[in-house]
Design a protein around this ligand. Structure first.
Ligand code: 13P
Ligand code: SF4
Length: 331
């Protein structure tokens, strides 16, 4: 997705203009409780020379209200290399903040809640990766970006859901290892002739969707176009009309303008895309990511006020993790 700069990224954003954009997804009473934090965060960003990078799963008052750069994991990693500010606030989960730090070792990277984790990142350790390597000598190890810096440090290259197929095929080999998301690996394998050895990690949000959910939605909402994130089980992706990263789903809606659409992914994504497409009807089955939802306007404000919580990566891990992340960005 071309990385969008939300209205909030303007130098002196007008809170009324921000609300005008999000009024379809945030009721006026709710906005009243956000307005003070929104204004304070803009002032703090100016004082501290800080930027806010926000993932597509952040709530609309963050995504459209205070973020400077928004996007999928790939876009956030790419944009992190271009940031011209002293402080980066990562409104997203911990592995995203670590990736920003890996790419900006000399900048201060803050995360509003350090407990914002990820079930995929939790599913694998550096020792696991070393074991997989021992079991499959000579095969390149591709690590999904939803992993800790220490796991990335054991890998040959990283990938995101936006570039996984390209990365798998970039080796020109018949077989590769891709960890830790089993479903992403199987979904990518279905699109290429490369054999992929996978791990058993799953996203706790996307694994909950089923083909029966899709059948039920098609019955209840005739004509609905179904978009599924590739972290969904392969049977779900097969039953959908399109599969792609959060950025690709957003692009799909912008390019195809379906009359009625459902995004099989995290809840806030539909709100954020709906803001830009009032003509599209969004069906909203809601699976929340509890980790993404740890980030709030209140803790973003606090994090800028107090300079907490700083994300650090030990120097030796950072140096080793930077190699696979930079290789990914170069592909
Ligand atoms: P994207 O890279 O598609 O934004 O996905 C990140 C993520 O955490 C999905 O659950
Ligand atoms: Fe991790 Fe899934 Fe949450 Fe994304 S949605 S951060 S993969 S748990």
């Amino acid at each position: 997705m071309p990385v969008s700069a939300p209205a909030a990224a303007a130098a002196r954003p007008d809170p009324a203009a921000i609300y005008e954009r999000v009024r379809r997804v945030i009721p006026p009473m709710e906005w009243a409780s956000f307005a003070d934090d929104v204004a304070a965060i803009h002032e703090l960003k100016r004082q501290k020379n800080a930027v806010i990078l926000a993932h597509n799963y952040q709530t609309p008052e963050i995504f459209h209200g205070v973020a400077d750069i928004v996007g999928d994991s790939l876009a956030l990693a790419r944009e992190a290399t271009r940031v011209d500010a002293d402080v980066i606030v990562l409104a997203g989960v911990h592995f995203m903040a670590e990736t920003a730090k890996i790419l900006n070792p000399d900048k201060t990277v803050l995360i509003p809640d350090p407990a914002a984790g990820c079930s995929l990142a939790e599913s694998i350790t550096p020792a696991d990766v070393r074991l997989v390597r021992e079991r499959h000598p000579g095969l390149p190890v591709i690590t999904y970006v939803n992993t800790s810096a220490a796991v990335k440090a054991e890998s040959d290259i990283c990938c995101t859901s936006g570039n996984a197929k390209k990365i798998v095929e970039s080796f020109g080999l018949p077989e590769v290892v891709m960890v830790p998301d089993e479903y992403l690996a199987r979904n990518v394998a279905a699109e290429t002739s490369v054999k992929i050895i996978a791990w058993k990690g799953h996203c706790e949000v996307h694994e909950r969707f089923t083909p029966d959910d899709i059948a039920e939605m098609r019955r209840a909402w005739p004509g609905v176009v179904v978009l599924a994130h590739p972290e969904c089980p392969p049977e779900v992706v097969a039953a959908a009309d399109f599969s792609g990263s959060t950025a690709r789903m957003s692009e799909f809606v912008g390019a195809q303008r379906p009359q009625r659409v459902v995004l099989l992914t995290e809840c806030s994504m539909s709100d954020n895309v709906a803001v830009n497409h009032p003509e599209v009807e969004f069906v909203r089955p809601c699976n929340l990511c509890p980790h993404m939802k740890r980030i709030t306007l209140a803790n973003i404000r606090r994090c800028l006020e107090l300079g907490e919580h700083e994300v650090t990566v030990p120097a030796d891990v950072l140096e080793r993790a930077r190699v696979p992340v930079e290789r990914m960005l170069a592909v």
